[in-house]
Design a protein around this ligand. Structure first.
Ligand code: F3S
Length: 756
């Protein structure tokens, strides 16, 4: 058995006392999010009320999950923490390092051939430290977590921003950097700013072509990519309880696309059905005994405006299918003519080359069955697929069951490729082109969550649109972006016009889930004898050397790059081919900020070396400053570091000698990651000071020796002509985070405390 029922029962046994105490202290009815947060305080029973959006609070999560790309660095760090076993149940999932090219069998073998060193490393570290290991091909982390580990009322963290998917089973599940995971694995508290709360009231009922995906595409369109920052989104209302558990997972999953800390739903019958069908009747029974604590208080949902910081209303009966994109997941457009007009006006290719179904967002049995009902109609009505179609099942359990039930065969009947149970095209692991940089402009539609440039196939000219799996199947059949399955006909092989009926499917497999080998390896009870080896000449893995503290004297620091516009973690530490270096800090640092647009010249990876006057790549320029003993500074725009939780986006600049990142605003996870690595993440007190920064600037920090919580810092900027500007910057460091800075990193502090 993979999950830990005793741990879950322990959480539930504390719940009543802690939630009741919190209700008394807060002095009003509680949302579900508050119940979960207050019942997971590091200090146990609550004795004070926290201010949302302000107080930093120590929590005790129940679980940790890591995917293979981020696990490498997390485990390399954990190995430095001086522990013999992980402090809370932890799992590692091999899903990111598997390319999609020819189909599951050959692609999986290719991944094993090319990444065996990494898989073996992860397996042996897992075995040594008591970590559950999910082999390559076992499935996508968030689908596997939903099927095996998520439980109502629980709290978990994961080293992937879509960890939030587990909110579909009523958890507070949060994506973090590897450094945060290391804290929790090492048995320490995990700190989070007490989130604000956004309530989404779902009325009406989904029907026809509208799917749970459209709910979150709609929410993203309403609140934008930054709208959920610092908040938990809690869904409630009759529309919520009427939806499947995996559909709820889809909605929570894409909460990451609005920047939300996480999203969640109250425990209901759909969750109970899902728990029982995934062989967890004992979890359902335990949850039923405390069910009033696993959902918000009735008064909260009756008058949500009094309890949430913001309330959004969506009537599911009025919602239609949406297509979001390209290049950003919050650009929402109704299917059909509205999309056609927008595509024409913006010169987006109307022809759709590929439809891709899968990813952690939409790869459940229900997703595959509904999409296959569209595919089956095409076969029955003699319609050929106009685009190519690729499918990534979410787990071996879903794949095995879908295969047994004939679902995969329906897709294959239309010429679809079934890829490995892995992320594949969702994370740039799609071997679509030999030379993606020079590949043609084209459109694709997928059921994934992210659609930033180059994300799927490395081609900056691929326009990726996000939709539900059933709409993806329909658009792939039509081969057109402006296809509306509700009003438009398809032409079959006989030249006749045929219409598609509404998709149908099964929430859960009618004959139950089945799997032969789910791909799980339990760790040894005593792993102390397990040897973990890293070859000194490995290009994939490198043992870490602790960072030296930066200190209070930052003077003469040079501008490395002033990033212009959107600068996500994909721009800072690109994925795709670079994934192979996730466990080797020096090698992966060669991708540092190469995707960021330099405000001067508007080119990527082309910045001025102030020492020579030459222009070159960002990593080379940073290395030149570092070699010369000169510190460097990165300047950025709004929501800097949005996207994934990868701490490489902080570790790489730190490794290359960057001491401070100064921006208009940060995405939460990235800001924390900078702090963990012992560097400065600062925001302009006056946003327009961004415009003062010039290409040849030098920075002197005037009062870093007075670094203290809530106190602005002062920076003198010396321009090439000798003129100076003095600016104020804000920070959100509390005292323990300042201690991380002073020690050189959070990990240095953990080690010191362990040794004491
Ligand atoms: Fe994997 Fe894409 Fe999800 S990379 S974890 S399938 S967002």
């Amino acid at each position: 058995m993979a999950f830990d029922i005793d741990m879950i029962k322990k959480v539930y046994s504390n719940m009543a006392e802690r939630v009741d105490a919190a209700r008394d202290i807060v002095g009003k009815p509680l949302t579900l999010s508050e119940k979960i947060l207050y019942s997971h305080l590091w200090d146990g029973t609550p004795n004070k009320a926290f201010t949302r959006g302000k107080d930093y609070v120590d929590f005790a999560p129940d679980r940790v999950a890591c995917q293979d790309a981020t696990a490498q660095m997390a485990l390399l760090q954990f190995m430095q923490a001086g522990k013999t076993k992980v402090g809370v149940p932890t799992t590692v999932h091999c899903d990111h390092l598997i390319q999609a090219k020819n189909g599951a069998t050959t692609d999986l073998q290719h991944a094993i051939n090319t990444s065996n060193e990494v898989f073996n490393f992860l397996e042996s570290v897992s075995n040594k430290y008591g970590i559950g290991f999910w082999k390559p091909g076992a499935g996508i982390i968030h689908q596997v977590v939903l099927e095996n580990y998520a439980f109502p009322g629980g709290m978990m963290i994961g080293t992937d921003s879509h960890t939030v998917n587990a909110g579909g089973l009523g958890m507070v599940a949060i994506g973090v950097g590897g450094a945060d995971a290391v804290d929790v694995m090492a048995g320490m508290a995990w700190e989070l700013k007490f989130p604000k709360l956004i309530g989404v009231r779902l009325t009406g009922k989904l029907s026809g072509w509208t799917a749970p995906k459209d709910v979150i595409l709609k929410v993203a369109g309403i609140v934008s990519a930054k709208g959920g920052t610092g908040a938990i989104v809690e869904y409630f209302g009759p529309g919520a309880t009427a939806m499947s558990c995996t559909g709820k997972g889809t909605i929570c999953n894409m909460g990451a696309e609005i920047g939300a800390t996480t999203s969640t739903f109250g425990y209901d019958e759909s969750m109970e059905r899902y728990l029982r069908s995934t062989d967890r009747a004992d979890v359902a029974d335990a949850a039923n005994q405390v069910k009033e604590y696993l959902t918000g208080d009735a008064e909260v949902y009756a008058n949500p405006e009094d309890y949430f910081d913001q309330v959004i209303d969506i009537n599911l009966s009025e919602l239609g299918p949406l297509l979001n994109g390209p290049f950003t997941p919050d650009l929402s457009t109704e299917v059909g003519s509205a999309m056609g007009e927008k595509a024409k006006a913006n010169d987006w290719p109307i022809k759709v080359e590929w439809g891709l179904i899968g990813s952690c967002t939409n790869s459940s049995y229900e997703d595959l069955s509904r999409a296959s009902s569209v595919a089956q109609q095409a076969i029955d009505k003699g319609v050929k697929m106009k685009s190519e179609l690729g499918i990534n099942p979410g787990s071996e359990q879903v794949r095995f069951t879908a295969d047994r039930d004939g679902i995969l065969q329906i897709f294959e009947g239309l010429g679809a490729k079934i890829f490995t149970n892995a992320c594949g095209p969702c994370i740039g692991q799609w071997a679509r082109y030999d030379d993606p940089k020079n590949a043609p402009k084209n459109s694709i539609v997928h059921s994934f969550n992210r659609n930033f440039a180059k994300r799927a196939d490395g081609n900056p000219n691929t326009h990726a649109f996000v939709a539900s799996p059933e709409l993806t199947a329909a658009i792939a059949l039509a081969g057109r972006l402006d296809f509306n399955p509700m009003t438009d006909a398809l032409i079959n092989e006989n030249g006749e016009e045929v219409m598609l009926d509404e998709p149908t499917g099964w929430e859960l497999p009618p004959k139950g889930f089945e799997v032969k080998d789910n791909g799980y390896l339990a760790p040894m009870a005593d792993g102390s004898g397990v040897q973990v080896t890293v070859a000194s000449d490995s290009e994939r893995l490198q043992l870490l050397t602790p960072f030296e503290p930066i200190g209070n004297d930052i003077s003469g620091a040079k501008l490395l790059i002033k990033a212009f516009g959107k600068c996500t973690t994909d721009h800072i530490s690109m994925a795709g081919p670079w994934l192979r270096f996730r466990g080797h800090l020096d090698n992966i640092s060669n991708n540092c900020l190469i995707g960021a647009v330099n405000a001067y010249g508007k080119k990527t990876n082309f910045v001025k070396n102030q020492l020579t006057g030459d222009f070159g790549g960002v990593p080379d320029t940073a290395r030149a400053y570092k070699t010369a003993g000169i510190k460097s500074i990165v300047v950025g725009d709004h929501n800097y570091g949005e996207g994934s939780s990868r701490e490489h986006a902080a570790m790489e600049p730190r490794h290359l000698g960057v001491v401070a990142v100064i921006v208009k605003s940060f995405a939460r996870i990235h800001e924390t990651n900078l702090k963990k690595q012992g560097m400065l993440g600062l925001t302009f007190a006056n946003e327009s000071d961004y415009d003062l920064i010039q290409e040849d600037d030098t920075f002197n920090f005037l009062d870093l020796n007075e670094f203290a919580p809530g106190k602005q810092l002062t920076i003198e900027i010396v321009h090439a002509d000798g003129n100076k500007d003095t600016i104020k910057v804000n920070h959100t460091y509390n005292q323990s985070q300042i201690d991380w800075y002073n020690e050189g990193s959070a990990l240095n502090l953990i080690k010191k405390e362990n040794a004491a």
